[in-house]
Design a protein around this ligand. Sequence first.
Ligand SMILES: Nc1nc2c(ncn2[C@@H]2O[C@H](COP(=O)(O)OP(=O)(O)OP(=O)(O)O)[C@@H](O)[C@H]2O)c(=O)[nH]1
Ligand SMILES: [Mg+2]
Length: 363
Amino acid sequence: MRVRPGRGSRPRTRRRPAHEDAAQAFVVAVDRGRYHCVIGDRQVTAMTARELGHRRVVVGDTVSLAGDTSGAPGTLARIVRVAPRTTVLRRSADDTDPVERAIVANADQLVIVCALADPPPRSRLIDRFLVAAYDAGLDPLLCLTKADLASPDDLLAGYAPLGTEYVVTGRPLTEEMLAELRRKLAGRLSVLVGHSGVGKSTLVNALVPDAGRAVGLVSAVTGRGRHTSSSAVALRLPGGGWLIDTPGLRSFGLGHIAPDRIVQAFSDIAEGTANCPPGCTHLEPDCALDSWVAAHGGGPLAARLDSLRRLLRSLEGLGSGDSAAEDSAPDDGPPAGTAPDDAIAADTIAADTAAGDTLPEGR
Ligand SMILES: Nc1nc2c(ncn2[C@@H]2O[C@H](COP(=O)(O)OP(=O)(O)OP(=O)(O)O)[C@@H](O)[C@H]2O)c(=O)[nH]1
Ligand SMILES: [Mg+2]
């Protein structure tokens, strides 16, 4: 009798292999079902193993790799496990959509990059990012760029009551500015977010020597991403820690966050709700916030209250609120629908499995 070698002679088992010898890796980029990981200094490309099911893997994840983890050209390892995440930065397609989408895992700092001019500052988009940071448990850091074009004073005054940490940069990017940024980023896993063209990649290139090459490694595989970043990429900081560059975002939906938490995230205003009637939506005339803000001098707080209410209205799907996309319009400019569409494929944060990440998300 002939005994066939290989597969057929192996006992069948329903038990999945335990992969106890799997290597720990850090996911630095995701593109069309391919996960670019690092193990120490080694770059390894991987795909998700079937046993992972529909579990998604995003940049910042720590994963266990099985199979060929040599990183040699043409090899493909398998992601067999995803380590529990410490944080997840999420967004939804729009404010009335409760389905959320993870962007980055395990980050501990959200660097909200906002240009002081060209493109004009969008404080309501900043407010959205601040809510997302609060909700995800990331420390926000406001990074105001292009100070050579406009003064940061007005914008900073608006966030003074909140006490948000900030840095101001401009052209030329001086050693002093860089030193301050490095200090705030050292040893942390930070995510840069902001509208297209605000200068995220410029900062990354200044902070990470060889960033162009590292990003190029990923772009070479994907054939995308020249001037405008097209997917999230994690880069190792020379002083320790990681910096994640993301594509410019036109919108940042918060439909997955309960209104209560939105209010709490406006921590400069939240205490003013103490005198509100029970179940106050903060959108009705009996809301105590107006008199509280007036008693606290109005000014920056009044603008923040306006921003909070626009957000709450949008979450309720009320027409008079800002949509997630409208919030990215310049503060006193036209709504996004009429603004020049300068962001190429702006919403494609490629962080999904095969089909999902090749399509611009949302609408
Ligand atoms: N004047 C001035 N221009 C700057 C500054 N920082 C960046 N720029 C310019 O702004 C443009 C956009 O910069 P990027 O770094 O590509 O912006 P980004 O945020 O990465 O854009 P996306 O990848 O599209 O999201 C480039 O032409 C930069 O040279 C600055 O501090 N001052
Ligand atoms: Mg960029």
